[in-house]
Design a protein around this ligand. Structure first.
Ligand code: FPP
Length: 247
């Protein structure tokens, strides 16, 4: 079915996920199937990013979180890391004005200090340029690992307790949430992973506690707004109980 038809189905079908997170997987396999170098898969994957941003806006999603580069990805060959960093800069250069016009607020989350100075400058620029927008929050996770994020929060809490600015009995779930990169935002309602893999891969471990999972067989570069709509329709069939019983 086409995206407009699916979009109209979503409207009558149930509550929308406010926040969708995506593990964009399968770029390498997409390239291999075509006997292309892996960076070509990432380049095609960048087009799918544009597609889901537009689809998310059309559907009325408020927050879209995309896992673009994990801490573990730093262990890939230098040529692939270089290609991914160049793509990030290219994405920002090409899309910043369009994102701004669409009302998208871009947030880059992760250990940004590890980025090369040029990539870091581009990241800072697009975040500043779009900071006042509110149609869609686009969280791009770069150099991100969820365990490291939780360790960082724990260390901050320990420092505050040691300094006497936080009491041990004030350390609760809210105290941890507010020290994560995602502080202040809603937890994801729906996590999509593409390429048929069924893992969380160190993405948003704390924030995904009650998130619904949708595994798509589609390789990320082929993922379209129609696939996004299918995932939302699947989400709308779920009975979310958050550990309680149905009413
Ligand atoms: C996983 O596929 C994907 C990545 C490690 C990178 C994701 C990057 C993009 C979608 C493009 C760049 C995006 C922006 C916003 C600039 P994989 O390489 O692990 O695929 P495989 O499992 O098939 O090998």
């Amino acid at each position: 079915m086409t995206a407009p038809v699916l979009l109209s189905q979503i409207r009558g079908h149930g509550p929308l996920p406010k926040h969708i997170a995506i593990i964009m997987d399968g770029n390498g396999r997409w390239a291999r199937e075509r006997m292309l170098p892996r960076p070509m898969g990432h380049r095609q994957g960048m087009k799918a990013v544009r597609e889901v941003v537009e689809g998310a806006i059309e559907a009325g999603v408020e927050v879209l979180s995309l896992f673009a580069f994990s801490q573990e990805n730093w262990q890939r060959p230098a040529t692939e890391i270089g290609a991914l960093m160049s793509l990030l800069e290219e994405y920002i250069q090409r899309e910043a004005d369009e994102l701004e016009a669409q009302g998208v607020r871009v947030q880059m989350l992760g250990d940004l200090d590890r980025l090369a100075p040029q990539a870091r400058a581009a990241v800072d620029r697009v975040m500043a340029q779009t900071a006042k927008n509110s149609t869609l929050v686009l969280n791009l996770f770069i150099s991100y690992g969820s365990r490291a994020e939780i360790v960082r929060a724990a260390r901050r809490i320990a420092e505050e307790v040691a300094a006497g600015t936080l009491r041990p009995n004030q350390v609760d779930e809210a105290a941890i949430s507010s020290r994560l990169f995602t502080a202040g935002g809603p937890d994801p309602d729906l996590l999509i992973r593409t390429s048929g893999e069924r893992r969380i891969s160190n993405f948003l471990l704390w924030q995904l506690a009650y998130t619904e999972l949708h595994i798509s067989p589609v390789l990320w570069p082929d993922f379209t707004r129609a696939n996004l709509c299918e995932a939302i329709l699947d989400y709308q069939t779920r009975d979310r109980r958050f550990g309680r019983v149905s009413v």
